[in-house]
Design a protein around this ligand. Sequence first.
Ligand code: ATP
Ligand code: MG
Length: 328
Amino acid sequence: MADTAFHQPGKPGYILTMGEILVEIMATERGQSFREPGTLIGPYASGAPAIFIDQVAKVGSPCAMIGCVGDDDFGVLNVERLRVDGVNVSGISVIKTATTGSAFVTYREDGDRDFIYNIANSASGHLSVGNIRDDLLRQCSHFHVMGSSLFSFRIIEAMKKVIETVKGHGGTVSFDPNIRKEMLRIPEMREALDFILDYTDVFLPSGHEVMLLASASSERGAIEEILKRGVREIVIKRGKDGCSYYDGSAEHDLPALRVDEIDPTGAGDCFGGTYIACRAQGFAIERALTYACAAGARAVTQRGPMEGTATLAELDDFISHASEQSHG
Ligand code: ATP
Ligand code: MG
């Protein structure tokens, strides 16, 4: 049965994620460099898992996040933003001795981004098994893993614990690798990604990431290999080229909506949050994909990583305007 990855009769629960919470501060001009002073804008709420879960909340699914912030205004900005948007923030710890994570971003002329991160040495780097609240785990029916969060062995250990517990009580797991190739050269990282993939029900890679976790030499071969491992749904994100869905029996290709890209940060996270929340609410695959594509397209039209998160009503509105434009 293709449509069963989210079937949990009588067991509606939280969608949970865990990982880095940070502020993002961005250069205002394309081509600007951090080797000399320039104009910056921010702080904006950010962190890939935080953007994901904010989008889940906007789609209206009960959800929670486990993470760490410092005792500072960057932390307040993030936690308040998530709370106001409907995320249960009781699993976010305030670390008195650390500062909230940050990322500074410049944009090249071609739109590519360069980042200076302070995450591993920030409050987010303190995240460990000790931060996992048992009550959140018990109520969790779906856990989302962001590969970008796997930056310390303590976090990998914590991820494994949550995954095993959630799967142990009949929950499901989604995984967005969000990974840099260099990370795969660390043997323990490869092992951690393999572990996670073995428990994954819904896999949400970017186009180039499909091949990274399979031995096959073609995308098609990699998809088959990953489905054989027990993954039930694969949704490949293809930026301006939309997305593709595979589950072994059905396949769907959806084009992207045509938009002017202002800031690509957060598109994949908004896409993933929308897809997972829609599927958890029982939406059919194609309807969930349509909303997910709209969420990704809408995200790139907004400056700021989390500023593009949107409710289903906002996405309906966005879809109808986008289709008007393509017909006009
Ligand atoms: P990241 O590089 O930040 O990790 P990602 O690879 O996870 O991003 P993308 O493929 O860039 O995710 O974007 C997710 C989805 O958002 C795409 O599948 C597409 O539907 C939509 N999207 C992204 N960029 C655009 C764009 N420029 N125009 C229209 N839709 C877009
Ligand atoms: Mg991504």
